[in-house]
Design a protein around this ligand. Sequence first.
Ligand SMILES: C[S@@+](CC[C@H](N)C(=O)[O-])C[C@H]1O[C@@H](n2cnc3c(N)ncnc32)[C@H](O)[C@@H]1O
Length: 253
Amino acid sequence: MTTTGHGAYGGSVVDDDLWARRSSAFGAAAREYAEHRPGYAPAALDWLLEGAGRDVHDVLDLAAGTGKLCGALDPAMLAELGRRVPSARRLVGRAEAVPLADDSVDVVAVGTAWHWFDTDRARAEVRRVLRPGGVLGLVYALDRTDVPWVAEVGRLALTSVSTTPPDPDAPFDLTGWEGWELEERRFDHVHRRTADSLTAMFGTQSHTMVVSPEERAETLARVRAFLASQPETAEGEFDLPMQTWVARLRPPG
Ligand SMILES: C[S@@+](CC[C@H](N)C(=O)[O-])C[C@H]1O[C@@H](n2cnc3c(N)ncnc32)[C@H](O)[C@@H]1O
């Protein structure tokens, strides 16, 4: 067993085999992922595209999953993307070996996925496919842990394989990005949820997907009971406060 720190989750040292299982767990719940995972603040994606120092014709949504940010890695996620964004050209590949020619895109956008990659190899691939003046955008949906009930439900959703989530105050580990130009911004938004649909959202997170069925059921039951006990979330629809964090990164010279 080897252990490594992983990208935005760089503070956590985790078993590489478990990490690989978690990174490929999503396809088993592609439809639920598309339905329950939050999207990103539209203003955040506008800001990302504005960051390209050139006209934007071609955008690579790397690790596109079900297409929340606009590729994809596994067939179930890819099929869901085709359903949601039929105009996108979909390619099966990996961030470490992107199936595109050199200098072929103006923007590479990566939504909630950089931490799954072999980051040195993925960074080299991004440099290879970006046209001169192009920009890489790392996009994450961060939990608003400054809101007490949001912090508590996140804590209750942890399982035996959970790692430390990105620190909302410092989500990005700059190790390995020396020479890249970095700009960061945050955009508040909300995700309309019910107690059931927010519980289902936690069920699409990899740390609840790779544990035993018993542990998964206990975790989701704990989350559901907590939501039923809180005035903000007990009845009907409510806003889950969220934040989209974007880093615009330009490669050295
Ligand atoms: C949390 S999902 C994010 C999906 C989408 N970008 C979004 O914002 O909803 C992570 C995605 O990363 C993909 N993935 C994991 N490891 C990868 C790798 N090495 N190369 C490319 N994609 C990978 C998974 O298949 C999954 O679609």
